[in-house]
Write a protein that binds this ligand. Sequence first.
Ligand code: SAM
Length: 284
Amino acid sequence: MNTPTLYVVATPIGNLQDMSPRAVETLQQVDLIAAEDTRHSAPLMQHFAITTPMMAVHDHNERQRSEAIVERLQQGQSIALISDAGTPLISDPGYHLVTAVREAGFRVVPIAGPSALIAALSVAGVATDKFTFMGFLPAKSSHRCQVLESIMANTHTHIFYESPHRIVDSVADMLKVFGPERHLVIARELTKTFETVNSGRIDDMQAWLLADSNQQRGEFVLMVAGASEPEAEAMDAETDKLLQALLEELPIKKAAALAAKLTPHKKKALYDRALQLQGKDVPR
Ligand code: SAM
């Protein structure tokens, strides 16, 4: 710990045996642990005999605490950042702190370890060559459907975090937007006693979820297969047809705006596509 450093330390997502020896050693040796919730992390500290002082750094005070942490680094101290579980910054606080520390010119070192996203993906049996992590879906169904519609034609696997309060509603909206046949994987309580990973068509997964309220408890990662190439192409062909029809009646800007209301695609993307359809250059 000679060079003042911010260590970003991953902690278990359920099973304490996933804590790495390097994580324990780092947390024991730093001068201060910046923790999302000090009370939540207290049992973990106790379990691994870590007595380092902790400071709360969460969504509501992160900017202000970042300044204090940079000052400590300037004094030659080393600090560790942890979140309640898994890897900090992944749907967790830490982005402002890491940015501030890097901008101040100090080292930021990852102590790699668990993350629900990667654990889920590693056992799901879905394509992992291209995936998009979406974090938590919006709470409101209309916003949720908008987000889902915006990715409907994308061929990547999409990964979402979900809570027990919204799992049923989110799966219902996925069924509404993607239709019954799209492949869905539900990973629940990973590395814990009731770990369950189940997959199938969205309608079958919804029926399975509704049939047993126990399957609605705990922490979830949802993984939705991307659209197949023909599906994506068909959607593009349909969008082109719509754009062509609109362009016959309307100026390009209005045609793109109207198509954005009628399809999951963004206005800018539709505007560029309309330019292409008219044989014009797309500005870069
Ligand atoms: N930073 C964490 C990580 O690296 O995975 C994620 C923090 S985010 C606030 C918490 C969400 O992660 C939960 O609501 C759930 O969607 C997912 N999650 C965390 N632990 C999990 C587990 N053991 N099994 C399934 N999902 C989990």
